[in-house]
Design a protein around this ligand. Structure first.
Ligand SMILES: C[S@@+](CC[C@H](N)C(=O)[O-])C[C@H]1O[C@@H](n2cnc3c(N)ncnc32)[C@H](O)[C@@H]1O
Length: 442
């Protein structure tokens, strides 16, 4: 497969002024152990990192910061770093990260006990175009091949670059308590400078998260952390005050809380999920956010007979389906290395079953919204096509871009794919990758 355009690593590399204090041999060793632990074990990188740090109580916050940044960088660029290092041995991969993206020279690597440091530095500074696209983009072959079928060739390089970059921190203003301008001003008073997000009218953005969770504004529920792309999902449902809404895969409630605010705390917002733990987090967040129109219910896996009483009665149903998360690799780069290609088929099957189950709740004339944070067609357009093949007489796809425009969120014409679905991409929109399709019940 020939993919002409390349990712650029410019801008992903630190300038000498922003180099962190030099890593010590002990921190290098700790970063290598953590990298190995994340790549070798089950579970998400952030959870494994939390556990690792809990087991190392003597590490101070600065050391943890250096380790976390080193490990996340090494995860993002893992395939390219293995090529530089000519091995997947974690200490050498971390050393390749330091040479390629943190500006370390051979003498500094030698001080860390790295063998043959000159060879590593030479490889790390070599022309990256000598590597195949999937290596320089640090993607598994199967994922690089699928990306190539999803985007025009002219966008492959930009897409790969954006998928390699760390995501900014986006927050969503809780309009039950404040507005965006007031929140921006009050956070600025304590040195937290954030800028309005370009697409979401509720969003504020900054490059790093430092300290935002310790602000009085957070404690008072004036904002929630939510990627800007995710902030564009609840408005697609166009909730109206007083309606009955279901968030079928509510999880910890990112979109539920937004729906509650759009409903101005009116109506009835059912938050369902099979994970009691995630719904527990939603409960805490809803209390902090002052949402009191949410009714939380843990579902059985598979059809849940307790839902029968709601069949055909709900005005709007959101299905934010469990998926591969391939749109979120900026935040969770470990997904690239943990996700097996075969798992995508399983996830798509699960999403199909959930969509069919959730559709039973929609009243005639009501709306069903299917969403994933996957970029893969199998979990997106293919799931909708199968659903329509089965329920085509009942449901009609609605143009999602038209709805966004009506809600004051127009996407530029170049950033839109043909067809009624919404696809958000890091390189086009600066958001995580999302797919959304609105279906109107006749
Ligand atoms: C993409 S996450 C939801 C994220 C959430 N909507 C948010 O915005 O924060 C998908 C969720 O689906 C849930 N889930 C998995 N199987 C399910 C099922 N059969 N029925 C309902 N929810 C399910 C998972 O527990 C997970 O929380």
């Amino acid at each position: 497969m020939a993919i002409p355009a390349r990712p650029t690593h410019r801008g992903l590399r630190r300038s000498p002024e922003t180099l962190p204090r030099l890593i010590t041999p002990a921190l290098h060793e700790a970063a290598a152990r953590l990298l190995d632990d994340i790549l070798g074990g089950p579970g998400a990188a952030d959870a494994r990192m939390d556990r690792f740090f809990r087991a190392q109580p003597r590490l101070g916050p600065k050391d943890r910061g250096v380790i976390a940044e080193t490990v996340y960088g090494s995860l993002r660029h893992h395939r390219l770093l293995c090529a530089f290092a000519q091995t997947a041995e974690p200490r050498r991969v971390v050393a390749a990260w330091l040479a390629a993206f943190e500006g370390y020279n051979a003498r500094q690597l030698q001080a860390l006990g790295v063998a043959h440091p000159e060879a590593l530095v030479a490889a790390a500074r070599s022309d990256r175009d000598i590597y195949p696209f999937a290596v320089s983009a640090s993607l598994p072959d199967w994922l690089a091949a699928r990306l190539a079928t999803l985007l025009p060739a002219s966008e492959h390089g930009a897409a790969a670059t954006a998928l390699l970059a760390p995501a900014p921190l986006d927050i969503r203003t809780n309009t039950l308590k404040t507005d965006r301008a007031a929140l921006q001003q009050s956070l600025a008073r304590t040195g937290h400078d954030l800028s309005p997000t370009p697409l979401s009218p509720w969003g504020l953005r900054r490059a790093a998260r430092a300290g935002l969770f310790r602000t009085p504004e957070f404690a008072a529920g004036h904002f929630e952390v939510q990627d800007e792309g995710s902030q564009l999902i609840a408005p697609l449902l166009e909730p109206r005050r007083g309606e009955r809404i279901v968030d079928y895969c509510a999880g910890a409630g990112g979109k539920t809380l937004h729906l509650s605010a759009l409903l101005a705390n009116s109506g009835m917002l059912y938050a369902f999920d099979t994970s009691q733990k995630r719904l527990g987090r939603l409960r805490e967040r809803a209390t902090r956010a002052g949402c009191d129109n949410i009714r939380i219910q843990t579902l059985e896996t598979g059809p849940d007979n307790r839902l029968k009483r709601l069949y055909g009665k709900i005005d709007r149903v959101l299905v934010d389906a469990p998926c591969s998360g391939t749109g979120t690799v900026r935040r969770s780069p470990d997904i690239k290395w943990r996700l097996a290609e075969e798992r995508v088929t399983e996830l798509a099957g699960q999403a199909r079953a959930i969509l069919t189950q959730a559709a039973r709740l929609v009243r005639p004339g009501g709306r069903l919204l299917y969403v994933t944070c996957s970029v893969l067609r199998e979990e997106n357009e293919d799931v909708i096509a199968d659903f329509l093949a089965e329920h085509g007489g009942d449901y009609t796809p609605i143009d999602t871009h038209g709805v966004l425009t009506r809600r004051g969120i127009p996407l530029s014409a170049q950033a839109i794919d043909a067809g009624p679905s919404l696809r958000l991409w890091p390189h086009r929109h600066g958001t995580d990758g999302f797919f959304a399709q609105i279906l109107q019940r006749g």
